[in-house]
Design a protein around this ligand. Structure first.
Ligand code: BGC
Length: 369
């Protein structure tokens, strides 16, 4: 028994690594190698996971994919994970292919609500259940469940993080880099941080340099947009509200290129790069969302649906404009240089040896990591 468990853990790690190496391609796994669970299918339906891309955040390929794969493998459920690499018609084809291959449940991270709703309507018409994974698809009645975080809270943590980091610098000049305008989450993040920072602009405490959305969360576009903001404001900036670690890193790169001093920059996803930026003092905070919990909750729902059962998990109804979608929303937390140590060791948080590798080692020592 003990031996078997050790073997399973090793197999899972190997699998996770293989999944990462597999990158953007289809990762066809027949479910036999998980070792931990129900023995590979039976009359349990197949599950398909449709990831959005690998560039808007490293989370999808490096964290979500291996954790979802492991959750399904452990339960002995066949799961096929693909990544659309930002292409809506690719995602549509992947959904159709999955249904042709016998998927009974689809976990979808949409590229926008319109294309997501089309995928979901098609699935529904063929009796396939759909779970919105992380991003809610608006204005459709075809999503059965939604699993994510309290995304307004994510934004509030970012807003409060920036307020805390900027401190009482009067007249601080702030730039705002929002996520993709087609991602419902980006709207929710913005609602959250605007509720904290807009009062500062309104009272004249802070001055807003500019507020712009970054199409597709594209880091390269974020760099260009932020450079234009700097240009326009004669390189004067005292803080950046960036909606995730990738956008934050774009701002940090632009500041470095112009040899400007470090200023508070926010982020999200607790990526390795984001955490290293925090250790180095280039970024003031990130938001850690426990993706293992998100992946496990979504997998549990999917598995119940794939077995033809009615999930028993407690859900909250969330209105998507057409109906109330039964939802599971998890709690995000803010991470600063003082609290990184509290999360080391979590499977979905960067590892200390990776954070403190190479040039970052000395900085880690300085902050007691
Ligand atoms: C996710 C974030 C991610 C962003 C870009 C959002 O929908 O919630 O975690 O950083 O998309 O991929």
């Amino acid at each position: 028994m003990r031996r078997k468990r050790i073997w399973s853990a090793a197999a899972a790690v190997t699998l996770a690594m293989a999944s990462i190496a597999a990158g953007c391609g289809d990762d066809d796994d027949d479910g036999d190698s998980g070792g931990g669970g129900g023995g590979g299918g039976g009359d349990v339906g197949k599950v398909a996971v449709l990831l959005p891309d690998s560039k808007s955040s490293v989370r999808w390929e490096t964290v979500d994919r291996p954790l979802l794969q492991k959750a399904f493998d452990d339960a002995g459920v066949d799961a096929d994970i693909s990544n659309a690499e930002g292409d809506k018609s690719t995602q549509q084809q992947q959904a159709e292919q999955a249904i042709t291959n016998g998927a009974k449940v689809i976990l979808l991270v949409n590229l926008d609500s319109g294309s997501g709703a089309a995928i979901e309507a098609n699935a529904k018409s063929q009796g396939v259940k759909v779970i919105d994974y992380d991003r809610l698809t608006l204005d459709t009645d075809a999503n059965d469940y939604y699993v994510s975080f309290d995304n307004e809270k994510v934004g509030q943590l970012q807003g409060q993080g920036l307020v805390d980091c900027v401190g009482n610098k009067a007249g601080a000049q702030i730039a705002v880099l929002n996520g993709s305008p087609t991602d419902n989450n980006a709207t929710l993040f913005k609602n959250g941080y605007d509720s904290v920072i807009n009062p500062k602009f309104d009272s004249g405490d802070w001055k807003e340099i500019d507020d712009q959305s970054v199409p597709d969360w594209d880091n390269q576009k974020a760099l260009t947009i932020f450079e234009q903001m700097l240009q326009k404001n004669n390189n004067k900036v005292d803080g950046v509200l960036a909606a995730n670690d990738g956008l934050g890193n774009a701002a940090i790169s632009a500041l470095k290129q112009r040899k400007l001093p470090q200023v508070p920059v926010t982020g999200q996803d607790a990526t390795l790069e984001g955490i290293q930026n925090i250790v180095n003092g280039d970024q003031c905070m990130t938001v850690y969302k426990a993706i293992k919990k998100e992946a496990d909750a979504a997998a549990k729902l999917a598995i119940a649906l794939a077995k033809g059962e009615k999930p028993t998990d407690t859900t909250t109804p969330i209105d998507n404009g057409t109906h109330k979608v039964p939802s599971i929303l998890l709690e995000p937390v803010a991470v600063t240089k003082d609290t990184i140590k509290d999360y080391l060791g979590e499977v979905d948080f960067p590892k200390k040896e990776d954070i403190c590798a190479g040039k970052v080692a000395a900085k880690c020592k300085e902050i007691g990591l």
